[in-house]
Every structure is written in C-alpha cells, then in structure tokens.
Design a protein. Structure first.
Lengths: 376, 447
C-alpha cells in the first residue's frame, strides 16, 4: 500500500491518525473507563476449521472499530470471543490489560447490542434497562435515576412502561443501545446493530450511534456485513477473510487505497483491469504481483467526440461500447466494454447530461493519479 | 370453481365437517347425558344432591383431585428439567430424545400399566431381584398403594408434560439468554429471571393437560392402586357395570367434567409460543407480573442488592470452572428419565418372546410361541386386520377433516395456528401405529 502513497500523502495520513487519536483522548471523562482490547495468538477451531486464525488485533481506547467480512470470515466468532460466549482454543484476549480468555460472559463488564436486539419480552422497557444495573448490585434509587437519564438521552422519555413488543423497530433498537450503555461499561459490542432496520431508519440510527459513541467515548467493536455502515461509523475498519485480517485501516484509506483485490472488491465496487489489451497509465510504477484498479466513480463517461478537458495530459482516454445502463435514483451506472474487459462507471445524475444507451460508442476517461494497484 | 373460491374466501366454513363430527361424537351424547343427569324432562338436581350427600363419593372426588394434583406436580418436577435438558442438547441428541418421548406417547396405556404390574408386583421383577440377592426375605409391598399409582401415572403423563414444554422452550430466542449473561447474570439468575418466566406458557399448558387427563384416569389407578386409591372414573366405570341408574352415573361424570372445565377456564390453554406475538401489556404475563412485582420479590431483591454489588466487584474478570459437573449431572438425569419412560415398554417387548405361560420377568426362556399363536389364531389376525382397516380409514378421514378445519381456523384466528398444527401433525398419523401396536402388545402380554 505504501508504494502507492507519495511522501506527502503519507505525512498527511500520519497527521490525520494522530489527530484522531488525540480527539479520542480528549473526548470526555468516560474515556477513563474505556478499555483497550488486544488479541494475542487467538485461534478458535470448529472441527478442523479455524474460524478465527490468529488475527493480530488491537482495539485502542475509545476507538470505534468495525469488523467487516463476508459470512464465514470469522467476524462473528471474533465478536463471540470478545463477548465471552465462546472460549479460544489457544491464545489470550486482553480487555483493559486483564486476561479474559477463561472469564465467562457474566463476569465481564460489557454492553452488547444483538442483531435481534434481544429485549426481554416479558419485562417493560424500564425493567429491561434496569436489568444490567440490578445484576451489578446498584441500589434502587440510583437505578431509577440512571434509567430516567438514559431514557431521555435516547429520546424515549414516555415509553418506559411499554412492553418491547409495543415499540417500533427503531425504538427497540434505541432501547437495546440504552441497555448496553446504561451500566457505563468499558467496551461496547455491536452485532449487526442496524441490520434489521429499513434504509431510512438505518441512516438515522447511524447518526444516533455515532453521537452516542462520541458522548460515551466507549471502546466499540461492531460486526457487520454492511459496508455503508462500516464506512460511516468507524474510526477504523478491519476486513476479515478466512479467520485472518486481510487489511485494517481508516475507512478513507481502506476505500481509496485498498491493498488487496479482496478488499477492493468487498468494500464497494472496483474495476480491476486484468488483461484489456491496452496499457493503464499511472503516475507511479506498477509493483509486481499487482493489478491496476479504478473505482467506478473516478471514471467519467462522454461521447467520443466531446471536447477534452484542460488537464487532458494528466488523463487517460479509452473508447468502448455501452453494454447496459442502470438507473438508480441519484446515480446512473454503466457497464462499458473496453477491449476484452468490462468497466463499471458510476455517474451522478445531473441536468444537461448526455444519457447513453446500450450499443452507444463512448469515451471513458480518468485521472492517471486515480489509478491504484492491488495485490492479487 | 365458483363455490370453491367462495369457500376459500370464507374459510370458517371449512371447519364445518370437523365440528359436525365433534358434535355427533361428543356434543350430542354429552348434552343427552347432561339432560339425563338432571332427570329431564322433570329437571331436578336430585342426582347431584345424592352424590354430595354420600360421604364416600365426596371422599373419592377429593381423592381424585388430590391424586391429580400430586401427579401433575411430580410430572412438572421431573418433566421441567428433562424438557430443559432436551432443549439444551445438540440437535441430533434432541431429535433422538424427542423421538423416544413421542414413541412412548404413542404406546398403549394399557400395556404400560401392565408392565408396571410386572415390575412392581409381589412376584415382579424388583422383588424377584431383591429376593435373589438376599436383600429381603419377603416381597416388599411395592404395588397396590398410592406410590405405585403415582409411579404409573407419572410414567404415562410425563410425555404430555414434556412435549409442550419443549415446544415453548425451543421458541425462546437463544440470543435472549446470551444477552442475559452478557449483562452480568449468573447462569442461575439468568434462568430464573428470563428463561423460566418465558417458559411459563409451556408450564401452564403442560400442567393443565396433565391435570385434566389425570382427572379422567381409571385403568392405571385401578390396576396399580389399592382399594383405597379409587379415582372417580374408576368409580363411574364400576357403577356403570353394576347399576343401571344412568342418571346418577351421569351426575358423577358431570361433576368430574366440571372440575376439569373449571381448571381450563381459570388457567386457559395456550400452545402458541410467546415469541413474536404482539401481546398486550402484562396480559399474557400476569403470573410473571405477580412473580416479579410482588412486594416480597421486591423486598428480597432489595436485600440482595448489596450482596450482588459485592459479588460483582469480587468476581469481575475472574475465571470460572468449566461446568463439566453440571453437564454430567444433567446427562445422568436425562438418562434416568428416559430409562424410566422406556423401560416398561422394552420390558413388554422382551416378555412377548417369553417361553413361560405367564407375565414374568426375566422370562424363563425365549420362544416365538405368542407370535405363533397370534398369527395362527384367525380371530386374532382378523381383529388385527379390522383394526388396521379402521385405523387407515380414520387416518384418511381425520386428515381431510382436520386439515380443512385447521386451514379454516388458521385463516380466521391466526393465533390458533401452532396448536392446530401440533394437534393435526401429532395425532392423525399415529392412529394406525397406536392401534396396531396396541393389538400386538395386548395379545403378546396375554396369559
């Protein structure tokens, strides 16, 4: 990855990472409780298959880390290990410096939000929220105070006496979050937290979740297969593959400069140009064992005879034929045959745009500096 | 086509055949019997007065209720942990255990009762073995007492308790238990605070079914109990045989029915799982509300708070034992229960190969004589063939009528879905099986 970065960019990245950590540290008092999580040689076998195969994983204090991966990549097992529902076969997990490999879930100080929310259907919202406090032996008056405070925080003031089945999906989600946070635990674990919500609500909850994380400053590990969620929420994303960590970095870096083909394909769409019969020009030299990669939104589509832009010398132009066009609200997606490869091009819909149909001759263009190289 | 569409649109009509059969088989006779008990058309409650006028009758009634309550309680105490362990087992083990329980459910009640006579009788298996080893000099009085009645009744009723419990327990979302533990609840607290309250609908259904069925028991208490352990239905049966006063018999039958109806009305039957149903606030959970909100519970909870706080800080991030012992104890418990459930049936199968002329265990020798005599005797084979024919006919009829009714009711009252599915799936295929097995085992255990 560092091959593809200029010195300047590397500096900028280092600076950004530094400021992020600083920002984390300054968050607020709650951070004092936030714990660092560390995996040391952890493996978890299911039969002969290693679901988690010694990932080197450290979650910094107050960080929002998302584990992303296809099903079967070991991301859920990683979370189960963190939660204490399964014990590792080898290695140790440290939370706040304490070894927890043999510690059962109920002796850990943690908050978990489950995909199904797992609200107790036989208890009111208030009693649901009280539950973790009760288990920690917190007195009744203090419990009541804390419940009121958190209910207000998640804007459910009047719903304390409702049963969970009487709440909407979004409200249930907020109760689940509140219940995970109410005891002020040092770590928060989220298992596909927004998976059960519809699209609009999900975006709203992403904002809410981000706000809560900022406010509580709690070390958060989120498991998801939803890349939008991962990109929006995280300080850092880990992409897992077959029990190992394929790549870990800040969302912008991971999306913009993926190191491997797997990450490029998994996080968003990618044009990976294998053998197109033409050379892809780049500002940097292509390292061996890599392929050029272009994100669909970095490519512009135009009629073949359209005038070239002023920075034409920094661009590469190719011509091709439109295979099909998919209209998706604010976006228009083209599949274009160029030589023997198929390019995906994404264009924001704007007025005065020329729309191409399948069979049309088009010219594709991109900045040479937008070309990335990914390991195969 | 048109009428069919109409039928689909008005699905309640599909339940008509089922209700017609039920009415014909149960409804009309019951009404007639009820009128009879009231001495219709003069209408008097003389028969009921006569029933309660006799101290012996009242004693038998109270005894019936007492035996039923105790049997239900034992079924619950044995059945709940068994159901819990079956639910917690891995999928293949669970299926195997459920098949065991279901097989038992389908085996003839008569056979199982007689198996207990063979086991517990004065010349029975247990006494024989104890005498053999010289542990006792005279046979122990294991049979013809209240204990033997409970052993037999619990044995027969246990599947009725276990199956609804397992059905409700399997419906409890696993992530709820994970969530409970993740919030700091020890396994025992997690069980009492979350699992048990959520399994209460199963407890209610199972207990009600067992209790109501126990009320009507006659064969088992008569066969295993002493003279003082008569149940009301035994009483009714003997009255039918000895006297021709249908009205007074009808009165006692309706008193029994009233007890059962009262229990059903108070607690209500509910097979459907609590999960995913939009229950009204606290309506479906009123008993749980009583449990958790009662002042006593709250007081105890307050008392436990400082202790909890102390334990929380002391045990935080401490390793726990592997819990292997509890697993072993659980496995041993389930093995015992399954043994208790299956052994009498196995015994009957072994005895059917006996060379001896009477019910005896262990058999004095092995032979196929009973099977030879069964297949050699035209009256036996004829009866078996008739049973199978009737079984098939009833299976076909009940499947058609039952499916129509289930479809109709399901469309009309979606909440009834699970109970009806269970009833239809559970009952119709077992007809042939149970009648065939009953016939074979009845013949083989004949002396």
């Amino acid at each position: 990855m560092s091959d593809a970065l200029t010195l300047e960019e590397q500096e900028g990245l280092a600076h950004r990472n530094a400021t992020r950590i600083e920002r984390c540290n300054l968050r607020n008092f709650a951070l004092e409780k936030a714990a660092q999580i560390e995996f040391r040689g952890v493996t978890k076998l299911y039969g002969p298959i290693a679901a988690v195969d010694n990932p080197s994983l450290t979650v910094h204090r107050g960080e929002f880390l998302t584990i992303l991966g296809p099903s079967g990549s070991g991301k859920t097992t990683t979370l189960m290990l963190l939660a204490g529902f399964v014990a590792p076969n080898t290695g140790d997990i440290l939370i706040g410096g304490k070894s927890v490999a043999a510690v059962p879930s109920y002796r850990r100080d943690q908050g978990i939000v489950f995909q199904s929310y797992a609200l107790f259907p036989h208890l009111s919202v208030r009693r649901n929220l009280e539950f973790p406090l009760e288990m920690r032996g917190i007195k009744f008056t203090e419990r009541a105070k804390r419940v009121e405070r958190i209910l207000k925080r998640v804007r459910l003031n009047d719903l304390g006496d409702r049963m969970p089945s009487q709440l909407s999906g979004g409200q249930q989600q907020r109760v689940a979050l509140a219940r995970a946070l109410i005891a002020d635990p040092p770590i928060l674990l989220l298992d596909e937290p927004l998976g059960a919500l519809d699209r609009n609500l999900r975006e709203q909850m992403q904002v809410e979740l981000k706000g809560l994380h900022k406010e509580f400053g709690i070390t958060t590990v989120c498991v998801t297969h939803d890349q939008d969620e991962a990109l929006t929420l995280s300080d850092r994303i880990i992409v897992m593959r077959e029990g190992r960590i394929e790549e870990a970095d800040a969302p912008e870096v991971l999306y913009d400069r993926p190191a491997t083909r797997f990450v490029a394909k998994f996080l968003g769409e990618a044009n990976i140009i294998e053998d197109s019969g033409f050379k892809i020009h780049s500002d940097t030299t292509q390292p061996s064992g890599t392929l050029p990669m272009l994100r669909p939104e970095r490519i512009c589509i135009a009629a073949p005879a359209a005038p070239k832009r002023a920075d034409a010398d920094q661009r590469q132009y190719v011509t091709g034929t439109v295979a099909d066009m998919i209209y998706a609200g604010p976006l228009r997606k083209y599949h274009v045959h160029v030589g023997s490869s198929l390019f995906v091009v994404r264009e924001h819909v704007a007025s005065g745009q020329q729309i191409f149909r399948s069979g049309d001759e088009v010219r594709l263009e991109w900045l040479r500096s937008d070309v990335r190289f990914v390991a195969t | 086509m048109n009428t069919l569409q109409k039928l689909v649109r008005m699905p309640i009509w599909l339940t008509l055949p089922a209700f017609a059969i039920l009415l014909d088989v149960f409804g009309i006779p019951i009404v007639l019997l009820f009128l009879n008990s009231l001495n219709a058309p003069t209408f008097s409650i003389a028969n009921y007065q006569a029933f309660f006028g006799q101290a012996a009758n009242v004693r038998v009634l109270l005894q019936t209720i007492e035996v039923s309550v105790v049997a239900t309680a034992i079924c619950f105490i044995v059945g709940y942990p068994t159901a819990y362990l079956i639910t917690a087992a891995s999928k293949s083990v669970r299926t195997a255990l459920l098949v065991f329980v279901a097989i038992l459910y389908l085996t003839s009640l008569l056979v199982r009762t007689y198996a207990w006579i063979v086991i517990l009788g004065d010349g029975g298996m247990v006494n024989n073995m104890l005498l053999e080893f010289g542990l006792i000099s005279n046979p122990l009085p294991l049979i013809y007492n209240r204990l033997a009645v409970y052993v037999g009744m619990v044995h027969i009723m246990l599947p009725v308790m276990i199956l609804p419990l397992v059905s409700v327990m399997l419906g409890i979302d696993k992530s709820l238990m994970s969530a409970t533990r993740s919030m700091g609840a020890r396994p025992l607290a997690a069980f009492w605070r979350v699992f048990f309250p959520l399994s209460l609908p199963g407890v209610r259904s199972g207990s009600l079914l067992v209790f109501v069925l126990c009320l009507g028991f006659s064969i088992t208490p008569a066969a295993l109990g002493g003279l003082r352990d008569a149940m009301l239905s035994t009483f009714i049966a003997s009255q039918v045989e000895t006297s021709f006063n249908v009205a007074s018999v009808a009165a006692s039958a309706f008193i029994l029915l009233a007890v059962a109806a009262a229990m059903l009305a108070i607690f209500g039957l509910d097979f459907s799982s609590t999960q995913g149903r939009p229950a009204g606030p606290a309506r479906a959970y009123w008993w749980n509300w009583l449990l958790s909100m009662s002042t006593l519970a709250r007081y105890l909870n307050q008392l436990a708070t400082p202790y909890r706080a102390k334990r929380w800080t002391a045990k935080l991030y401490q390793a726990a034992s592997s819990g292997r012992w509890s697993q072993i104890i659980g496995a041993v418990f389930v093995v015992f229960v399954i043994f208790y459930l299956l052994f009498p049936s196995v015994l009957v199968i072994i005895m059917s190969f006996s060379a001896g002329p009477s019910l005896q265990f262990p058999p004095s020798g092995l032979s196929l004589q009973w099977y030879r005599s069964f297949f050699g005797e035209p009256s036996w084979t004829g009866a078996a063939w008739t049973s199978i024919q009737i079984g098939i006919a009833v299976t076909i009829l009940s499947t058609i009528v039952g499916t129509l009714a289930a479809y109709g009711l399901n469309r009309t009252f979606p909440r009834l879905r699970s109970s009806l599915t269970m009833a239809i799936l559970g009952r119709s295929p077992c007809r042939v099986l149970s009648s065939a097995s009953r016939l074979i085992s009845d013949c083989s255990s004949l002396d």
